[in-house]
Write a protein that binds this ligand. Structure first.
Ligand SMILES: O=C(O)CCC(=O)C(=O)O
Length: 215
């Protein structure tokens, strides 16, 4: 397993959590770095895209109507280890910078994607014990078409693992406070991704922008 960014990680998120954020709506110019994964899949990464992510984190913690989910697993019903909420197409987003982010992403990727990002799925990883297992976003059109899922991350850094469905070496991309990670091309159907549990992590929130019909 390797980290294509050589990301050092280890930022002290807690020490910046309560810092003032006068320009909480600011985004850096969008200029992500592309990593080609193979099989037509790629990942774009832009570190520190959000100029002032502390205020975004704080408002998402309080303003998103977080919901716990349960799912069947073998003969039991278990808690899904993270809180979730989806803002559907046309719904107002809970922070102005997310609206700006969606607009900027739609404009930047339109020539390649051919359509805008419209939904915003939110996941709240409360501790290192919250996680998401290996999967691709293949319930909708991502099962048969190339598409994109753009992730804005705030809070403690967590690793996004990616592995080819046919077997092969995994890749780890650390998603840090204010970073942007975009999975594109065939990534949802030819690769799987996961956010594994870790022994120690503070809270992290992921906002995933998707085009219509991609889940
Ligand atoms: O936490 C993340 O950024 C990834 C979330 C994810 O893969 C999903 O909800 O499908």
């Amino acid at each position: 397993m390797f980290d294509p960014e050589g990301y050092a990680g280890g930022m002290d998120f807690q020490s910046t959590l309560f810092a003032s954020a006068p320009d909480a709506g600011a985004l850096a110019a969008l200029a992500p770095v592309r990593h080609t994964l193979g099989d037509g899949a790629w990942v774009d990464v832009q570190r520190d895209w959000l100029a002032a992510p502390d205020g975004v984190f704080d408002s998402l913690v309080t303003d998103v109507p977080w919901r716990a989910e349960r799912r069947e697993m073998y003969d039991r019903v278990v808690d899904v280890p993270r809180l979730v909420h989806t803002f559907h197409a046309g719904e107002a987003l809970p922070h102005a910078v997310l609206t700006s982010a969606r607009t900027a992403l739609s404009a930047h990727y339109l020539p390649e994607l051919g359509e805008p990002f419209v939904t915003a799925g939110c996941c709240y990883y409360r501790t290192g014990q919250d996680s998401v297992a290996w999967h691709g976003d293949t319930i909708g059109r991502g099962r048969i078409q190339d598409t994109m899922v753009a992730i804005v991350s705030v809070g403690d850094p967590r690793r996004l693992l990616l592995r080819p469905r046919g077997g092969g070496e995994s890749i780890a991309i650390t998603m840090g406070h204010g970073d942007l990670v975009v999975m594109g091309g065939s990534c949802q159907r030819t690769w799987e991704h996961a956010v594994p549990k870790v022994a120690h992590a503070g809270p992290r929130i992921s906002v995933q922008f998707r085009p219509a019909g991609v889940f």
